[in-house]
Design a protein around this ligand. Structure first.
Ligand code: ATP
Ligand code: MG
Length: 333
C-alpha cells in the first residue's frame, strides 16, 4: 500500500506555515522521485502584538502580514497547513482496550476528559492509532491524542481566511516538530525543544513515536536577554546571569522529571533544540551542562533543499524552519 501511496504522491506540493510571536515561517516541499525536496522558504516578521503565547490578538494585522511572507518565499499555493501551540494545546499517547478502529474516536472522548485542561466539548480532538501492545497478557491499543481549544483553531482559520488562504490541516506544533526531526530520533527516548520568542514547546519521542507534548510560556526572549548581557568571562557564564533563562531551565527540568516518573523511570537519551532560539551560539552546550544531557541542534531531516536554493542561507535558518517543514511533510511525506 505504502508504495502505491508514494507513487501517487510524486509531484505533490505542500506548504507549512508556522506563525509565531516574532516570526512567520513558511516552507513549501515537494515529493520528487529522489525524495522530499524543500522548494521554497521564507521567514518574515509577525506584526508586533499580533500573536502572544500562541493566541491571535490582532487578526487583521496578522492577515495583512501573511501574503508578504509567501511572496518573499515565492510560494504560489494558497492552501497551507498550520500549527497551533500554547497552554491548552497538547498531544499525548493513551491506551485503550482493543476496540474496532472506527470506535476509537468515540472512546477517546471519555479518556480525553481526564487529560485535557479544558472541557472536551470546547476542544478539537484528533486521534491516530499508533500500535497494538500486549501488557500482562492483555491487548491494548496505543493511540496518539492531539487536542486544541476550538476557539484557538477557529481564530487561526479565520485569520488565514482573511488573508485568502485555505487551511488544509491544523496540527499541534510539537507533532510537526517531531515529524521533521523524526530521522534524528528513531531510537531511544529523546526530548525535542522548540525555543520560540514567547514559548518553549516540548515533545518527548520514544522509539520514533511522540509520547507527550507540553508548552512552557517562557521562551527565548529570556535567552536573548542572557546573550545581550556581556560575559564577564568568555563562556557560558553569560547565560547563567539571566533570571528568565534559569526559570525556563527549571521548568524544563520539571517536565523531564514528570515524564521520567510517568514512564517508570525511563532514561532520557538526549535533547534536540530547534526554533529561533536554537540559533544562539553555544546554546546546546549551555543546555547540556545545565540539564546533564547530550544536547544537539535539530534541523529538518530527510528533506533536501532544491538545487536552486542557496544551501548556506538554508543552513543558517534550518533549526527555525523545523515546524514549518514538519507541517508540510504531513501532506507529502
Ligand atoms: N541568528 C540568531 N541568533 C540568535 N538568536 C536568534 C537568531 N535568529 C533568531 N533568533 C532568536 O529566535 C527568536 C525567534 O524565534 P522563533 O521564530 O522560533 O520564535 P516565534 O516562533 O516567533 O515565537 P513563539 O513560538 O514563541 O510564538 C528571536 O527571539 C530571536 O532572538
Ligand atoms: Mg514558534
Amino acid at each position: 500500500m505504502a508504495a502505491w501511496r508514494d507513487v501517487f504522491q510524486i509531484g505533490a506540493v505542500a506548504v507549512g506555515l508556522d506563525i509565531g510571536k516574532e516570526t512567520i515561517k513558511a516552507a513549501e516541499i515537494r515529493r520528487s522521485v529522489r525524495g522530499i525536496e524543500l522548494r521554497h522558504f521564507a521567514i518574515g516578521p509577525t506584526p508586533p502584538g499580533a500573536i502572544e503565547g500562541g493566541l491571535i490578538l490582532d487578526r487583521e494585522a496578522l492577515a495583512a502580514a501573511l501574503p508578504a511572507v509567501l511572496r518573499e518565499a515565492k510560494i504560489r499555493s494558497r492552501r497551507v497547513i498550520i500549527s497551533v501551540t500554547g497552554q491548552n494545546v497538547l498531544a499525548r499517547v493513551l491506551r485503550l482496550p482493543p476496540i474496532p478502529e472506527e470506535e476509537i474516536k468515540q472512546a477517546i472522548r471519555w479518556e480525553a476528559e481526564r487529560h485535557l485542561p479544558i472541557p472536551v466539548d470546547d476542544a478539537v480532538l484528533d486521534v491516530q492509532l499508533v500500535r497494538e501492545v500486549v501488557e500482562n497478557g492483555e491487548r491494548q491499543l496505543e493511540v496518539l491524542l492531539a487536542a486544541a481549544p476550538e476557539g484557538v483553531v477557529l481564530s487561526y482559520i479565520e485569520a488565514l481566511d482573511a488573508a485568502r488562504l485555505t487551511v488544509d490541516a491544523v496540527e499541534v506544533g510539537g507533532l510537526a516538530m517531531a515529524r521533521a526531526l523524526s530521522q534524528m530520533v528513531e531510537t531511544g527516548t529523546r526530548v525535542l525543544v522548540n525555543l520560540g520568542a514567547s514559548m518553549t514547546e516540548l515533545a518527548i519521542v520514544r522509539g520514533g513515536v511522540p509520547q507527550f507534548t507540553r508548552t512552557i510560556l517562557s521562551g527565548q526572549e529570556a535567552v536573548s536577554r542572557a546573550v545581550a548581557i556581556p560575559a564577564p568571562r568568555q563562556d557560558a557564564d553569560a547565560f547563567a546571569l539571566a533570571p528568565g533563562l534559569d526559570e525556563l531551565l527549571t521548568q524544563l527540568r520539571r517536565s523531564l522529571d514528570f515524564f521520567r516518573a510517568q514512564f517508570g523511570g525511563t532514561t532520557i537519551d538526549g535533547m534536540l533544540l530547534c526554533g529561533g532560539g536554537a540559533r544562539i551560539p553555544r546554546i546546546d552546550r549551555h543546555f547540556a551542562l545545565e540539564l546533564d544531557l547530550p544536547v544537539s541542534i535539530g534541523t529538518p531531516a530527510g528533506v533536501e533543499p532544491h538545487a536552486g536554493l542557496d544551501p548556506a542561507s538554508f543552513n543558517a535558518v534550518a533549526p527555525q524552519l523545523v515546524v514549518a517543514i514538519g507541517l508540510a511533510m504531513r501532506a507529502v511525506a
